[in-house]
Design a protein around this ligand. Structure first.
Ligand code: NAD
Length: 270
């Protein structure tokens, strides 16, 4: 799908990967409706985008179904049309095992990561299928196929996004709506702090000795996936390698990650 002249709704546009996607879309000549919980984050994105009326901010909690259902009209009032939704907003869980994970934390992660995506797709599908060409991009995670100890619910929420998105692809095959699922590896954003999760030594996901990919690169991959109507895209060498390994030998992949990431739980998993 060509980017220039199109209108995209980007959730999570107030920080990290979503912001980079929004900036890249605007730079490519598109208009963007940025959606986020964070008003100041959206304001910062607006300043960076410097795109005048081609950028609008919408402070919305994507777990709030009624608020999301009001979005298509709010976006149309500013931009007249919607050609695509890019669901980037998400949170991680506290780095604790399921045994110790309280229900409010479980519900929060599922509500934002899974239900937030469902709300957005349900709200915008009627608008998108009516267009000659449109796109839906849902950001899952490498955690959808490579389980990280201490992130069981996060991984499960992202696996749900993966399957939901692939099913949408199947259901929309005979329409003009392209559907893409994206699997980032570790990206250097403030997701841990933004999720209210303490991470030993640093507040950015995948910090320390683990090599991360920049959010700018993540934005580039996602926008390229839109331009090339990709079925799926991985971001970073870690996501690409685990994508292959998890299919080749899922037990080995699971054990390898558990051992490599055991420091996140502050203990050995051997
Ligand atoms: N950073 C990584 O290492 C990594 C890896 C794999 C997948 N991802 C996924 O990429 C996406 C973006 O992550 P990021 O690293 O850019 O994080 P981030 O914290 O930098 O940005 C996420 C944005 O989502 C917003 N948000 C959170 N809950 C919301 C809600 N209920 N309603 C509206 N907005 C909400 C936050 O305010 C924030 O601006 C997430 O879905 C995340 O799971 C990130």
């Amino acid at each position: 799908m060509e980017i220039a002249g199109k209108v995209f709704v980007v959730t999570g546009a107030g920080n990290g990967i979503g912001r980079e996607v929004a900036l890249r879309l605007v730079a490519g000549g598109a208009s963007v409706a940025g959606v986020d919980l964070s008003g100041p984050g959206l304001q910062e994105t607006r300043t960076l985008a410097d795109a005048g009326s081609r950028y609008s901010s919408h402070v919305v909690d994507i777990t709030d179904r009624d608020a999301v259902e009001a979005l298509p009209d709010a976006v149309a009032a500013t931009h007249e049309q919607v050609d695509g939704i890019i669901n980037v907003a998400g949170v991680i869980q506290k780095f604790v095992k399921v045994l110790d994970l309280p229900y409010p934390e479980i519900e929060k992660v599922m509500n934002v990561n899974f239900w937030g995506v469902v709300h957005m797709c349900k709200a915008f599908l009627p608008v998108l299928v009516a267009r000659q060409e449109a796109t839906i991009v849902n950001v899952a995670s490498m955690g959808a196929y490579a389980p990280v100890p201490g992130q069981a619910l996060y991984g499960a929420s992202k696996a749900a996004v993966k399957l939901f998105t692939e099913a949408l692809y199947a259901e929309l095959l005979d329409t003009g709506v392209h559907v893409t699922v994206v699997f980032p590896g570790a990206i250097s954003t403030g997701i841990a702090a933004n999720s209210g999760v303490a991470l030993a030594g640093d507040d950015s996901a995948g910090s320390g000795s683990y090599r991360t990919t920049s959010p700018v690169e993540a934005g580039r991959v996602i926008v390229q996936a839109i331009e090339k109507d990709r079925f799926r895209a991985t971001i970073g060498p870690d996501a690409a390698a685990m994508d292959r390994l998890a299919r080749l030998n899922p037990r080995y992949a699971t054990t390898l990650i558990a051992r490599k990431m055991s420091d996140l739980l502050g203990e050995s998993t051997r």
